[in-house]
Design a protein around this ligand. Sequence first.
Ligand SMILES: N[C@@H](CCC[C@H](N)C(=O)O)C(=O)O
Length: 295
Amino acid sequence: MMGGMDAMVSEPDRAVSFAKGHGTGNDFVVLPDPDGALALTPEFVAAVCDRRFGVGGDGVLRVVRTAAHPEVAHRAAEAEWFMDYWNSDGSLAAMCGNGVRVYSRYLVESGLAEGPTVTVLTRAGVVVAEVGAEVAVSMPLPSVGGRGTADVGGVIFTGTAATCGNPNLVCPVADLDTLSLDAVPRLDTMQFPESANVEFVVLAKDDVPGADLHVAMRVIERGSGETLSCGSGACAVAAVALAGGLGTDPLTEGTVAIDVPGGRVTVSVSPDRCVLSGPAVLVATGEIDLASLRA
Ligand SMILES: N[C@@H](CCC[C@H](N)C(=O)O)C(=O)O
């Protein structure tokens, strides 16, 4: 009888194929599962994402046909592929902007989609990616909310709530380098019943050609801890920055260059569109040996 990690696949398979990719250092284990044969569990995802005992990653992207996933099969007419996204702690999230960019790169490089335009269903709705030297994706339109606070290891940060398919709190800070971001943020559970990603942001001193604003950010992601980049968080930051949340004159639309610890992404926001662009690459393929993976 199979149990634990073995329950992930049917006998006699003891291995699960994977690819590894990242978008500006936000890294993912990609699990190709077109026909929905894998029964992912939070424990399996956490074990795969473990950086010492597993493959290592900020999350898992299961590549599954929409028609083959019971949660979304009724939406198969909207997009052939569903991004089944999991955070590294095994929790599910509705949106992952860098994840969509890596997912789309994988679809095209593996031949599962022709490209360069790729339509993907996420738990936050359908998004469309353009896969080229970089990958640009049309994200859910960010919505800027009210003020809120985050307690990070006893230090209180104040910011502005913003959603982009998932909840965020965008906190302007004086300096990014001196922040200690090891603790899990404590947030107002009334304002953020499902917690949130917390972004820490400064205005950069120099201009970037083609951008209306240039900022730098770090992020503590819900379910993954501090990561080197967060695409949906970057969109939330752009929306808050354009609304004047960093002290600049409000703009109804514009382009924001956002430096993250893993590189730079660009977000263009207008009243009816939000596009996240940046590098997204695949760096490895391999097989996960289920018998050796820590349960
Ligand atoms: N890294 C992602 C966001 C992943 C989900 C997030 N941790 C959450 O729980 O909302 C991105 O690039 O958007």
